[in-house]
Design a protein around this ligand. Structure first.
Ligand SMILES: [Mg+2]
Length: 512
């Protein structure tokens, strides 16, 4: 049913199928992976198979949370604050002590910081954050690493801004804890899931290629599994919406999968040893649970753990590719506790790639400026050395110099030499000043261009995966733990199920 791309000839053509493939449809590679070696492909559900409309989700989450905060004793105006769901991105940190939101690079250096919607000036960022080594997560910093948690940041910034504008004091550390608890409560008591389940079209983006993509993998002999933290009923409602169009081969969404695990409790699934549970009567909601003796296709299991999963299914870890969106729960934990290979779904990649393309010119200019800066810094050191030498000569010939030796230099010759050295000294001094002025100009121009580049990615935070010229702390985790990354599951459709994914970054700096 699906058209398959020509198979690459092994070893002859490194990345054949990405030629001509639009960048937003590509799978990006951190670590080489041969799909031919993969026997099982597993999927998380929320934000992986199920792509939510982020703005709609955030608005819902903000509304319900603000209401819960009022119930917790916050003033009633909290529900009327103009929250901005566009404000947060993944990878930010909440500084609970100071009530700031910050973005760090891979070296944990803070590049940007906001209080509410107000950017802190550079010198303040420097003063507050550059002198200390930050290790997150700590009790002071909360790392925002999921799309689910973005609304926490939007509410936090909105409320800090509103309290500041009113000149009212608020316990900043407690404020964030209260927001977190209110959001968790909204999910736990069913307020959020019920609203989503009753208005699926409002909150979920349906991907028409999803079924075809899963089918393509299955046709190539891969076994598929679903491993989600969501509960049984919610999972069934969403999956029916996403894959529910019945075909002869797939009468229900369950037929796409060889194994289905709900309420998996990741990251605990990878670390702990809870049993797999099954319903005594599979299709009766009220049926009670019992520990599963084995895992069978067609049934839905709850809980479970990595060890039993691999043992009962006879799976070898490095033959599994797990597809998820959660850097900690799906990607980092599975990588650290198992040999599973990972594909991270980063739905922001579309914006990221588009912005990157839009500022190619600016990025090139930025690189030129960096090169010019390096050349000028060399020039500066050269003139500084010459200036110092001329200064030394001038001092030596000075009538008051203690190191002045001999008498041969006295008189007219000495005076002439002294004059020449003084002229040298003046010339080098002017050269140093001239280069310094040029460096200052470059500094200003570089900052302007960096701001322009940042703006094309995100009005507050710039790029998701970069911070200035460095990789962002979030980008660093993606690079370290995700073998592959792409914006949506259906991008796999554009590749052969036997594709060899090759990383462009096989070289270390000393090998370049
Ligand atoms: Mg997820």
């Amino acid at each position: 049913m699906t058209e398959q791309l020509a198979l690459p000839l092994e070893g002859l053509s490194p990345r054949p199928s990405t030629v001509g493939l639009p960048r937003r449809q590509r799978v990006y590679v951190n670590r080489n992976l041969q799909m031919g070696n993969i026997e099982w492909v597993g999927f998380d559900m929320d934000y992986t198979l199920a792509i939510y409309d982020q703005q709609a989700m955030d608005r819902l989450s903000i509304e319900v949370t603000a209401q819960k905060l009022v119930e917790r004793g916050y003033p009633s105006w909290v529900t009327n604050v103009p929250y901005d769901p566009h404000y947060p991105i993944r990878g930010l940190l909440i500084d609970k002590k100071l009530g700031h939101v910050v973005k760090m690079d891979r070296y944990k250096s803070v590049g940007k910081a906001y209080r509410g919607f107000r950017a802190l000036p550079r010198d303040q960022v420097q003063k507050l954050y550059h002198a200390i080594k930050h290790r997150a997560p700590t009790s002071r910093y909360h790392f925002v690493d999921t799309l689910y948690a973005l609304s926490e940041v939007a509410i936090h910034a909105g409320l800090i801004d509103a309290f500041d504008a009113r000149g009212e004091q608020v316990d900043q550390a407690k404020l964030f804890t209260d927001i977190r608890e209110a959001i968790d409560e909204a999910h736990r008591d069913g307020s959020v899931p019920t609203e989503i389940a009753t208005h699926l079209d409002r909150y979920l983006a349906r991907d028409d290629m999803l079924g075809a993509t899963l089918h393509k993998l299955r046709s190539a002999g891969k076994k598929l599994f679903l491993l989600t933290n969501s509960r049984r009923t919610y999972t069934d409602t969403l999956m029916r919406h996403l894959l529910g169009t019945a075909t002869t081969e797939y009468p229900t969404w369950r037929h796409y999968f060889d194994m289905i695990v709900v309420g998996a409790g990741k990251p605990g699934f990878f670390q702990e040893h809870r049993p797999f549970m099954e319903r005594v009567h599979e299709d009766r909601d009220e049926s009670h649970l019992r520990p599963a003796q084995n895992l069978e296709r067609g049934r839905v299991y709850e809980g479970g753990n990595l060890h039993d999963f691999e043992r009962m299914l006879g799976i070898t870890g490095d033959r599994v590719l797990y597809v998820g969106d959660h850097i900690y729960g799906d990607i980092l934990r599975s990588k650290k506790e198992s040999a599973w290979r990972t594909l991270m779904i980063i739905q922001e990649m579309d914006v990221e790639v588009e912005a990157h393309d839009a500022c190619t010119e600016a990025l090139r200019h930025h690189e030129e400026l960096e090169e010019r800066r390096a050349r000028l810094e060399d020039e500066l050191r050269f003139h500084q050395a010459r200036f110092k030498e001329a200064q030394r000569q001038v001092d030596l010939l000075s009538p008051t110099s203690k190191t002045r030796t001999g008498t041969a230099m006295d008189g007219a010759v000495g005076a002439r030499l002294a004059k020449e050295h003084e002229a040298d000294r003046q010339r080098e001094k002017r050269a140093v000043e001239r280069v310094r002025a040029l460096l200052r100009e470059i500094e200003v121009e570089t900052r302007e261009i960096e701001q322009r580049i940042d703006q094309s990615f995100h009005p507050y935070w710039g790029s998701l995966l970069k911070e200035g010229v460095e990789t962002s702390s979030f980008g660093d985790q993606v690079e370290e733990y995700a073998c592959l990354y792409t914006s949506r599951v259906s991008n796999l459709f554009h590749y052969s199920p036997l594709q060899t994914f090759r990383s462009p970054r096989d070289l270390m700096p000393h090998e370049l």
